[in-house]
Design a binder for this molecule. Structure first.
Ligand code: F0G
Length: 359
């Protein structure tokens, strides 16, 4: 049987009824991939998994939240939706709006959106407006607009987005048969960390799992307000998806880290790019830089011995890294960070020599 999308699969856990017009692109059911080379860095008793959210229909985790947000907006009679975005929310909103004949406005920081994401919003026919400002300015603007005009906000301030995104935590538990001991994820506007923590807690409350993971969130060092403890005016990072200086769900993110006895920390751009290449070259998984931030964080924690005490207490444990967006979203970084192809004459010897292949 075909997978039916997150609303139908997790119907009773979501704010929907039989009357809700379900708008779905069959998002969710993404693979939980056991790593080969990354797991080895931890010794034989630790399994590191990758939840590959880049395999959603618009190639990021946003689709889980967008199916619920758009379906509920339609049920309330909405004619238009709006969001501010570092790219992925706009790609997802545009696609779900196209599917449901809603008008869609996306407000983005000029020149700061990865090419793949911009192309998605444009091709799906959203009204794309670029502002001379950053994501935080764009979010402030759309909040103002939605408070005055009949247009639904589909940023993760919208509780329906959180509801949809919590289904990823359900899927992880369903596959493992328990909650993992640790979950590592990138943090930007802090909607997703809020959603996962809610999902795990709900699954425990209804007895589907009997433990909760420690949530380990990572921000880019140049855009780490949750680590610094104050908003960052001019956030800077190669990971444009999480280039955010004043997260909307600040309190919830801090609560998720505290309640779960986890943490929120930061990683440098070089660490992000190292993890980005490691995932691509040692695991066969292509992600965008923001997603690599969580693996960069995992490596950082492992290096300082963070997991050692757990290795002693609990001899076997699982770590799940949330790979939030596909690498094709940001082809510019991929090309920039890799050696260019060597150009040679159309000649066997020249090709083999350039490929450094000795036979
Ligand atoms: N990873 C990716 C690929 C993202 O696009 C985002 C957020 C995050 C991580 C962080 O998630 O904001 O819930 O903490 N992207 C938003 C957007 C802001 O507009 O696409 P978060």
């Amino acid at each position: 049987m075909q997978w039916e999308g997150v609303i139908r699969h997790y119907f009773k856990h979501l704010p929907v009824s039989e009357k809700t017009p379900v708008v779905t692109l069959l998002e969710g059911n993404t693979p939980l991939i056991l790593t080969t080379n990354i797991s080895r860095m931890f010794g034989e008793h630790v399994r590191v998994y990758l939840k590959y959210e880049g395999l959603n229909p618009t190639a990021s985790f946003k689709d889980r939240g967008m199916t619920v947000a758009v379906s509920c907006a339609l049920e309330r009679g909405a004619k238009a939706i709006i969001c501010a975005s570092t790219g992925n929310t706009s790609a997802s909103a545009s696609a779900y709006a196209a599917k449901s004949n809603l008008n869609c406005i996306v407000v983005i920081p000029e020149g700061a959106i990865a090419l793949g994401k911009l192309s998605q919003a444009l091709v799906h026919g959203a009204k794309v407006v670029a502002i001379k400002g950053n994501f935080d300015d764009a979010l402030a603007l759309v909040r103002k607009i939605t408070s005055r005009y009949p247009v639904e906000l589909v940023n993760s301030l919208n509780p329906d987005r959180i509801e949809g995104q919590k289904t990823a935590a359900f899927e992880i538990c369903d596959v493992l048969g328990k909650a993992p001991e640790f979950q590592v994820m990138p943090v930007g506007n802090a909607g997703n960390i809020t959603a996962y923590w809610k999902g795990y807690k709900e699954y425990k409350e209804i007895g589907n799992v009997d433990s909760l993971p420690r949530i380990l969130g990572f921000q880019a060092a140049g855009a780490a307000p949750l680590v610094e403890g104050y908003p960052v005016k001019n956030p800077k990072t190669v990971a444009t998806a999480i280039k955010i200086g004043n997260p909307a769900r600040w309190k919830e993110a801090v609560a998720a880290a505290e309640e779960s006895k986890g943490l929120i920390d930061k990683v440098e751009d070089e660490e992000i790019l190292h993890a980005y290449r490691l995932l691509a070259q040692k695991e066969g998984i292509f992600v965008e830089p923001a997603s690599a931030a969580c693996v960069a964080g995992l490596i950082k924690l492992n290096k300082i011995g963070y997991f050692n005490k757990y290795k002693k207490v609990d001899s076997k444990f699982d770590i799940v890294c949330i790979l939030t967006g596909h690498g094709l979203k940001d082809p510019d970084v991929a090309v920039r960070e890799s050696p260019p192809p060597e150009v040679v004459p159309p000649d066997e010897g020249a090709v083999l020599e350039a490929a450094n292949f000795k036979g």
